[in-house]
Ligand binder design. Structure first.
Ligand SMILES: [Zn+2]
Length: 152
């Protein structure tokens, strides 16, 4: 099995998303997983209607769960669509919330560990992320919990 196919399966991403390149930097102890979108159409994240790809944003990185001892990053040039109603807009990705610098799986791990440890600063150091990133993940959880309380 090729490394790209291996990571596509590990990440659980499906067509038209797939892994196009896996880079290993042993000096920095990092793995970079490049994800591409293999369709000429994408959905507007606001209205859900499909439009042709307008362009791609410059590559962006999200911190993901480690690969062994290596910090692991997902990298993608996310497509944008031109929606008549919402303008030129970046499509949503299945691995992260909009504006987030960490993946949903990383957020889940951070929250589970925070519930167990309850020390933001120590946990940020353990996860090798900044205090600001830890705070952002927590803020998202609190917002989500408030939203769920209003729904239920
Ligand atoms: Zn739209």
């Amino acid at each position: 099995m090729r490394d790209t196919e291996f990571y596509t399966k590990l990440l659980g991403i499906t067509s038209p998303w797939d892994v196009s390149l896996v880079e290993l930097d042993t000096e920095k102890e990092e793995v970079q997983i490049w994800i591409r979108y293999g369709s000429g159409q994408a959905c507007c994240p606001e209205c859900g209607k499909a439009y042709p790809i307008y362009d791609h944003r410059k590559p962006r990185r999200w911190r993901h769960l480690d690969t062994c001892q290596m910090k692991t990053w997902l990298v993608c040039s996310i497509p944008r669509v031109s929606c008549p109603e919402h303008g030129v807009i970046t499509m949503a990705t299945p691995w992260a919330k909009p504006q987030s610098r960490t993946t949903r799986m990383f957020d889940r791990l951070a929250i589970d560990m925070l519930k167990a440890f309850k020390k933001q600063t120590k946990l940020a150091r353990l996860l090798r992320i900044s205090f600001d990133q830890m705070h952002h993940i927590m803020h998202q959880l609190v917002t989500f919990d408030i939203l769920m309380q209003k729904i239920n």
